[in-house]
Design a protein around this ligand. Structure first.
Ligand SMILES: O=c1ccn([C@@H]2O[C@H](COP(=O)(O)O)[C@@H](O)[C@H]2O)c(=O)[nH]1
Length: 279
């Protein structure tokens, strides 16, 4: 039986620090790296990032949209990058934000969470806005394969609040309801549950939310979106110890030199370590 994602993530965070580096091959970054906006450029970019940091960060998070742009050949590059990242010891969170109903959700789960799937990943981002219960097939698949989920709860973008801060008839916000579902999913799991939430590092003080869900909190928004490692304690309070801070463009803009990418990841990792240690 495979060790659950939450336990593997806890160990990786303890050994390597919690930083998650994104693999987001924006067209503008390909240009800045002197690469063509084609499949060869995509492959060079993605493999460079993996080679530079997969042996030192806990998590790599490819953003599937930037690979899908190139159709099946882009997805082939993604498959290779996932395999290389995992072989180097990083956990891979596939940022695909999948969300659908019933058998369609089950098919998405099969694509990313079944061990023999070409794009099998340690965890997958999913959208609960068709109702948390619609994610049940993904929860089941993750449990079966020892993978994890990161459920969008309080996203880093300003537009997210019109849905996520909306107050339900029971007085709870939609975001708080997602966090409560995840806390129930993780109940009794030690040292960390496998069902995480996406909670933006850009959101300011979140003390009105119960972030203690017994699972990880994936926190995008550091770097290009304006948040900094030093913000983490203010945003997350004591839950900061379960936070996986994501930086994509903030690291990637230092490429294509592998040493410069590594140095940038190391700087973010050190700033995060110092911020978390202060709590
Ligand atoms: O709430 C969310 C959920 C996901 N993301 C994704 O994270 C990265 C952030 O990239 P940066 O370059 O560090 O801004 C990107 O893939 C987003 O799709 C997010 O930003 N916010």
């Amino acid at each position: 039986m495979t060790e659950p994602f939450g336990a593997r993530l806890r160990r990786a965070m303890d050994e390597r620090g919690p930083l998650c580096v994104g693999i987001d091959p924006h067209a503008s970054l390909l240009a800045e790296w002197g690469l063509a906006d084609d499949v060869a450029g995509l492959e060079r970019f993605s493999r460079t990032v993996v080679a530079a940091v997969a042996d030192r960060v806990a998590v790599l998070k490819p953003q599937i949209a930037f690979f899908e742009r190139f159709g099946s050949r882009g997805l082939a590059v993604l498959e290779k990058s996932v395999a290389e990242a995992r072989a180097a010891g990083a956990l891979v969170v596939m940022d695909a934000k999948r969300g659908d109903i019933g058998s369609t959700m089950a098919a998405y789960a099969e694509s990313f969470l079944h061990r023999d799937a070409p794009l099998f990943s340690d965890a997958l981002t999913v959208s609960p806005f068709l109702g948390y219960g619609s994610l049940r097939p993904a929860v089941r698949a993750a449990r079966e394969s020892g993978a994890g989920l990161f459920v969008l709860a309080l996203t880093s973008n300003p537009e997210g609040s019109e849905v996520q801060h909306a107050v339900r008839s029971d007085g709870r916000t939609v975001g708080a309801t997602m966090l409560a579902h995840l806390a129930a999913e993780n109940a009794g799991e030690e040292p960390l549950g496998s069902f995480g939430a996406v909670v933006g590092a850009t959101l300011g003080d979140l003390s009105s939310y119960d972030l203690d869900i017994g699972g990880p909190l994936l926190a995008p928004g550091i770097g290009a979106q304006g948040a900094a490692p030093a913000d983490l304690p203010r945003v997350f309070g004591t839950a900061v110890r379960n936070v996986v801070p994501n930086v994509s463009r903030g690291v990637l803009r230092h490429g294509p030199d592998a040493g410069a990418l590594r140095a940038s990841a190391d700087r973010f990792a050190e700033e995060i370590r110092a911020a978390v240690a202060a709590v």
